[in-house]
Ligand binder design. Structure first.
Ligand SMILES: CC(C)(COP(=O)(O)OP(=O)(O)OC[C@H]1O[C@@H](n2cnc3c(N)ncnc32)[C@H](O)[C@@H]1OP(=O)(O)O)[C@@H](O)C(=O)NCCC(=O)NCCS
Length: 369
């Protein structure tokens, strides 16, 4: 019998990403990617396996730009969903429905899967922006086909041209959320793909897995905690009470990284810069106190959701968009894994250790008490 939650189990091979020692995407360190690349370059790298040339990137951006225009029935569906539908559920539903309007819906060739993957990355970003605009009663406006995903998201959510530092910060966050080996949602996508189900089914299932608070849903919970604490003066008492009451503090701990998540080191300076430029230093002080106490008392370092939530807050993004933004980023990694799984497939079907009652005789209904 293996450890609960498949801890420590190597469940397959991948050429997409390694988290052993360093976090690398297809051989490139996130330290370099998060400084030198845009999200689109990283998306291309994950999907195609190599960094794009100048021309390849231009063509990729054009394909993404074309996919910003959602099929009309999908937009109409978004207008009809109940007004309180959580955005993660909107993303999941939209992903599933987008399959029906995809020109390659019945083609599972490698080339068609690549086209579908590229479209889905762009489409899911626009689904989020569209859902947000509808929710806030604003007119739908077209995304700019010449602008990247980060810039379009900020423009469409805020209704104004974003500051270049904000665009860069969101690019960095999307890069760091893009891929992470066999996490729960990616493993879900691969399991679905391993039955030879289609790409949209695998990504729809992955969105469902990402939603949970132990996975992607943690970033929204982090912000709730920081807002609940409020002033820096409350922080020490709040976190000591939470730990005394055995509360799980969102944004801390990781199944694999026991000594620290390499993504936090990259995001922390961004949080400091944006907090300073937006007058949010008090939240940084609260975060520092919570981090100090959780490290000291539980030996738990923060994970990527801890700085990501603050970064999004300082960017003025509404909290209900945080996990959907993770979806937009991770769709690149999920699609890369689905194509890798389909490229060398064997059904994923582990076994369970049975712990139920031993075999016993069937009792007909009329003799059951
Ligand atoms: C991510 C996570 C699920 C990984 O945990 P895991 O390796 O499966 O570890 P477990 O859930 O088995 O927890 C092991 C112990 O550490 C504690 N622990 C783990 N994360 C904790 C946290 N964030 N806050 C408080 N205690 C925590 C557990 O309570 C448990 O303590 P116990 O042995 O006294 O019961 C876990 O750290 C967590 O729930 N974190 C908060 C959610 C989060 O930020 N998720 C995003 C992950 S990137």
């Amino acid at each position: 019998m293996t450890g609960a939650g498949l801890e420590g189990i190597v469940a397959g091979q991948t050429a997409v990403c390694s988290i052993a020692g360093k976090l690398i995407y297809r051989g490139y360190s996130i330290d370099e990617l998060s400084v030198g690349a845009d999200f689109e370059e990283v998306a291309y790298l994950l999907l195609h396996g190599e960094l794009p040339s100048y021309d390849q990137l231009g063509e990729f951006r054009e394909r993404l730009g074309a996919a910003y225009v959602l099929p009309e029935p999908v937009v109409e569906l978004l207008t009809k969903l109940p007004s309180a539908t959580p955005f993660m559920d909107v993303m999941r539903t939209a992903c599933s429905v987008l399959a029906h309007y995809d020109a390659d819906v019945n083609d599972d060739s490698r080339a068609a899967e690549m086209r579908k993957s590229e479209r889905l990355v762009a489409q899911l970003a626009i689904v989020l922006a569209t859902a947000y605009r509808l929710r806030t009663g604003r007119a739908l406006v077209a995304a700019d086909p010449d602008a990247g995903i980060a810039e379009n998201l900020l423009t469409l959510i805020h209704d104004r041209k974003p500051d270049p530092r904000a665009i860069r910060a969101l690019n960095v966050s999307l890069i760091l959320y893009a891929e992470h080996e066999f996490n729960a949602s990616t493993f879900t996508a691969r399991t679905v793909a391993s039955t030879l189900a289609d790409l949209h089914s695998a990504i729809t299932a992955a969105i469902g897995a990402l939603k949970g608070p132990l996975h992607g849903g943690a970033n929204e919970r982090v912000l709730e905690v920081l807002e609940q604490v409020g002033a820096p003066a409350n922080a020490e008492q709040w976190i000591r009470d939470a730990l005394a009451n055995k509360k799980r503090v969102m944004g801390f701990g990781h199944r694999v990284y026991k000594d620290g998540d390499p993504r936090t080191k990259i995001l922390d300076p961004w949080c400091a810069e944006l907090a300073a430029s937006t007058g949010n230093q008090a939240m940084e002080q609260v975060a520092a106190t919570l981090e100090r106490v959780v490290r000291a008392e539980k030996k738990l370092p923060p994970n990527a959701d801890w700085p990501s939530a603050r970064l999004y807050y300082y960017l003025g993004l509404p909290v209900e968009t945080y996990t959907p933004l993770f979806v937009v980023a991770r769709t690149t990694g999920w699609c890369a894994h689905v194509m890798e799984q389909h490229g060398d497939n064997r059904l994923i079907r582990p076994m369970a250790e049975y712990i139920g009652p031993p075999e016993r005789p069937f009792v007909p209904l009329e003799r059951r008490s």
